[in-house]
Ligand binder design. Structure first.
Ligand code: 1HN
Length: 347
C-alpha cells in the first residue's frame, strides 16, 4: 500500500512551526546548503595594500601604547565576514606595531601564532625564554601555550603580520589564556640557541620528538628562506606554483605548528602561474617584488608587504612583474590530517 502525502505549503509551514518549539527542524529544507557539491566560502577574496594602511597603523601608535593595548594590532577583517575578526573561516590575521622603547607584555594561550616581519628592525619576540631579533621577512612562530612577549629596543617602528588559528580554536571551544606577572620573560637561553641546536640539519644527540610536538626552531630567518628559493630556481619551476617550498619542523618534516601551514614561493620576473585552486583558504604576503593576482573577476595588483586572501576552491593565477617572493599560510595541515584537503592544477 502507499501512504498519502498531505501536500501544500501551508500544512508544511504549520508543521515546521509546531516542531520548532521542540527544537526540531526538517533536514530536507536545508540539506543542499549543508552538503554543497563544492566549497561555498562566505569569506571573499580581498587585498590590503600596505601603503594605504601604514598611516592608519602609525596613527594607532599615537592613540594607544603597546602596553595598554596588550597588543597594538589592526585586524585584517575579511569583507565577507565583517566584525568576526577573521581573514578566513579558520584563521585570523592582523598587523602589529611596536614603537621604540615599547613592550608587549608576556602571555600565553592555546591559540598558535605566526609572525612575518614587514618593516623596521630592532624589535624582538621572546618565546619560552629565548629572544629572536625580528628582521624583514623573518617567519617566527609562537606555538600553542608558549609564553611570548615582544619589545622594541631599537629606534624605528617595527611592523609585522600576525596569523593565528583563533577561529579554529573558537570552533572547538578549546581556548585558554593567561598573563604573566612579569611584562618581559627572563632570558633562559641566549639568542640563537634554538637555531644552533635544531636548525642546522642536526639535533642534540639524545633528542627525541613526538610527531605532534611543535618545532623547537621558532625562527626561520628570511636570509635562509631567500637562499633556498633562489637555490631551487636554477631548475625549472612548477607551472602552477612557481618555485615553492614549505616551512617544516626540521626534526619531523611536519608543519612547524599543527594548525597553520606556511609556505614561500619565488616567481621570477615575467613568470605566470597556470590556474590553481585548493580547499585551504590562503593568506598571501608579498615580501619582495610585485605582481598581479587574478582571482575570479578580481584583479589584485600587489607590491611589497601587501596582504591578499584567496578563499577555498577559487581558482587563481599569479603573475610576477619583477622577481617576486611570496609568503603564504593556511589551515592546510589540519585539512590534511583530517583527510579533507584537495587541490586542482588546471590547464
Ligand atoms: C597575540 O597574542 C598576539 O602575541 C597578536 O603578538 C595578536 C590576537 C588575538 C589574541 C592574541 C601576540 C593576537 C594575540
Amino acid at each position: 500500500m502507499t501512504f498519502a502525502v498531505t501536500s501544500g505549503a501551508d500544512a508544511r509551514q504549520q508543521y515546521y512551526q509546531k516542531i520548532d518549539k521542540k527544537n526540531l527542524t526538517p533536514l530536507w529544507e536545508v540539506l543542499h546548503g549543508l552538503v554543497p557539491p563544492s566549497p561555498r566560502p562566505v569569506v571573499t577574496s580581498a587585498i590590503w595594500h600596505y601603503a594605504e594602511i601604514r598611516d592608519e597603523l602609525m596613527e594607532a601608535g599615537r592613540l594607544i601604547t603597546a602596553k595598554e593595548a596588550e597588543r597594538r594590532v589592526l585586524i585584517l577583517g575579511n569583507p565577507g565576514a565583517r566584525g568576526q575578526s577573521c581573514i578566513t573561516n579558520s584563521l585570523y590575521a592582523g598587523l602589529q606595531l611596536i614603537l621604540p622603547g615599547e613592550v608587549a607584555p608576556a602571555h600565553r594561550h592555546s591559540q598558535s601564532a605566526l609572525r612575518l616581519v614587514l618593516e623596521g628592525e630592532g624589535a624582538y619576540t621572546a618565546v619560552d625564554g629565548e629572544r629572536t631579533t625580528m628582521r624583514h621577512g623573518d617567519f617566527i612562530i609562537t606555538p600553542s601555550n608558549t609564553w611570548h612577549d615582544h619589545g622594541n629596543t631599537g629606534d624605528q617602528p617595527v611592523v609585522w603580520l600576525d596569523g593565528l588559528d583563533i577561529p579554529l580554536v573558537r570552533f572547538f571551544d578549546a581556548g585558554f589564556a593567561e598573563k604573566s606577572e612579569a611584562d618581559s620573560q627572563e632570558e633562559a637561553r641566549p639568542e640563537g640557541d634554538a637555531l644552533a641546536r635544531y636548525g642546522h640539519n642536526m639535533v642534540p644527540i639524545d633528542f627525541a620528538q613526538h610527531s605532534s610536538d611543535p618545532t623547537k626552531v621558532f625562527v626561520y630567518p628570511f636570509t635562509q628562506t631567500r637562499e633556498a628559493l633562489l637555490g631551487i630556481a636554477r631548475m625549472p619551476a612548477d607551472p602552477h606554483l612557481g618555485h615553492a617550498l614549505r616551512y617544516v619542523n626540521p626534526a619531523t618534516g611536519a608543519s612547524p605548528m599543527p594548525t597553520i601551514g606556511a609556505f614561500a614561493r619565488y616567481l621570477p620576473q615575467g613568470f605566470e602561474t597556470l590556474p590553481y585552486r585548493s580547499s585551504d583558504s590562503t593568506i598571501f604576503t608579498c615580501l619582495e617584488g610585485e605582481g598581479v593576482a587574478e582571482v575570479g573577476d578580481s584583479t589584485f595588483p600587489f607590491g611589497e608587504n601587501d596582504v591578499f586572501v584567496i578563499p577555498s576552491w577559487q581558482a587563481y593565477r599569479l603573475q610576477a612583474k619583477r622577481n617576486t617572493i611570496l609568503f603564504h599560510f593556511s589551515d592546510r595541515p589540519v585539512q590534511q590530517v583530517l583527510g579533507l584537503w584537495r587541490e586542482q592544477k588546471m590547464a
